[in-house]
Design a protein around this ligand. Structure first.
Ligand code: IFM
Length: 437
């Protein structure tokens, strides 16, 4: 890789990211059942029926994994906490072993000089709360705020940053409209409620953490650039709708106290009563915004009911996910977000990376190229004046890629899912070379 730390602003934070259900091994340590366990146990939902019961067994290999992070020279580590590990029923009785685990994780990072960047929720909803309607139920905002309080009373004095929820689009749209993620619903009313309640829960958790005196609190949204399939009016309108649902809905709620009209056309009739009054909570000031970025989609018109769009295959090189490699989208999102929504607020790239069919002994040169291209886009955004403060790769190690199971490899470290042996890949070495300097 061509970079050195001096190619980026002073104090720029480099790190890597993971999430609890994808690596920890949910079958251990008294963690309660989640909607991902039942979703994965339902035939047809997840490739090969795989689940997160063992995953990378990070729960038992914590020290080894933290040493890998230190060897990489990461300044920060973005990890998530499992609600059901801390509160097995989602509310009430605390699992002390769960709190102890996150305590050890935070201390293990600090001992190695690595900043703990916490995400409270990365998708594994406790089953008892799913039984009560999960993200469709407005009460989830209070349940989530209570979880935030229990956890932060234990580790909040030592964490560097906190974001309540990873990728609200996935929690809302992908899981309730597309049905690709747990709970696997395909229902427009459920979607409207989940999309709104996830923001309300975010806001309530921020309030609770401010009340505890915490700072450096943010939000993490995912973004996909949408390119019209052709120059026609219908494709352009379809791409605009895609952009509104995927990208502008959550930014609008968080920073403009409004949802885009293109989304209200479809979801407006299904939003809960009094939703506008919730912006007071949703749009409470933040200290930073994180952007997760991987790809763009080429979008065409689709007949039938709203939202009238469909993805079509694009011409660019693709990753193991079938996602096009499009670094310009990262630069353009950073510029657009700062210009239209966040101004001087510090931004971070909180996830970026690619899946590749890696083996433990073939150099992942495609990933090195992908990271180089996207770090180039980061530099262009900084040169254009974007107040970007850090960049996190997804992911530290190969892990459970949700509905696609263990086949899609995003890691800088190869994991053999038979032996659980970790082997740093060429991309890990390439980053370590200048991150450690
Ligand atoms: O693995 C996921 C992660 O859980 C959330 N962001 C995107 C990654 C790659 O699909």
């Amino acid at each position: 890789m061509q970079f050195t730390r001096s190619d980026f602003p002073e104090g720029f934070v480099f790190g890597t990211a993971t999430s609890a259900y994808q690596i920890e091994g949910h079958g251990f340590g008294g963690a309660g059942a989640t909607h991902w366990d039942s979703f994965a146990a339902t035939p047809g939902n997840v490739a090969r029926g795989e689940n997160g019961a063992l995953a990378c067994d990070h729960y038992h290999r914590l020290e080894e994994d933290l040493d890998l992070l230190a060897g990489l020279g990461a300044d920060a580590y973005r990890f998530s906490t499992s609600w059901a590990r801390v509160l097995p029923e989602g509310r009430g009785q605390v699992n002390e072993a769960g709190l102890d685990f996150y305590d050890r994780l935070v201390d293990g990072l600090l001992t190695r000089g690595i900043k703990p960047a916490v995400t409270l929720y990365h998708w594994e909803l406790p089953s008892p709360l799913a039984d009560l309607g999960g993200w469709r139920n407005r009460d989830i905002a209070g349940w989530f705020a209570d979880f935030a309080e229990v956890l932060m009373r234990r580790i909040g004095d030592r964490v560097w940053s906190v974001a309540p929820i990873n990728e609200p689009w996935c929690v809302g749209w992908l899981s309730h409209f597309d049905g690709y993620h747990a709970p696997g619903l395909r229902d427009i009313r459920a979607t409207a409620r989940a999309m709104h309640h996830v923001l309300l829960a975010h806001g309530r958790a921020i309030q609770v953490m401010r009340g505890l005196g915490m700072s450096n609190l943010g939000a993490v949204c995912n973004f996909e650039w949408s390119t019209p399939a052709n120059g026609g009016e219908a494709a352009t309108r379809a791409a605009t709708t895609y952009d509104a649902i995927y990208n502008r809905f959550f930014l609008g709620g968080l920073f403009k106290r409004a949802y885009p009209t293109e989304v209200l056309v479809g979801l407006g009739a299904h939003l809960p009563d009094g939703w506008q009054e919730d912006f007071e909570t949703i749009a409470a000031p933040l200290d930073w915004l994180g952007l997760n970025y991987y790809t763009r989609k080429v979008i065409d018109h689709a007949p039938g009911p709203w939202p009238n769009y469909q993805e079509v295959e694009g011409p660019l090189e693709k990753t193991q996910m079938g996602w096009e490699v499009y670094p310009d989208g990262l630069r353009d999102f950073l510029i657009r977000t700062a210009t239209e929504y966040t101004g001087d607020l510090p931004l971070y790239v909180t996830e970026n990376g690619m899946a590749n069919a890696d083996t433990h002994n073939t150099p992942d040169t495609a990933r090195i190229t992908y990271l180089e291209q996207h770090l180039g886009a980061v530099q262009e955004a900084i040169a254009a004046g974007v107040p970007l403060h850090g960049y996190f790769t997804w992911s530290l190690m190969d892990n459970y890629e949700w509905a696609l199971g263990y086949e899609k490899r995003f890691g800088l470290v190869h994991v053999d899912f038979e032996t659980l042996e970790r082997t740093p890949k060429a991309s890990y070495q390439a980053l370590a070379k200048w991150w450690r300097a």
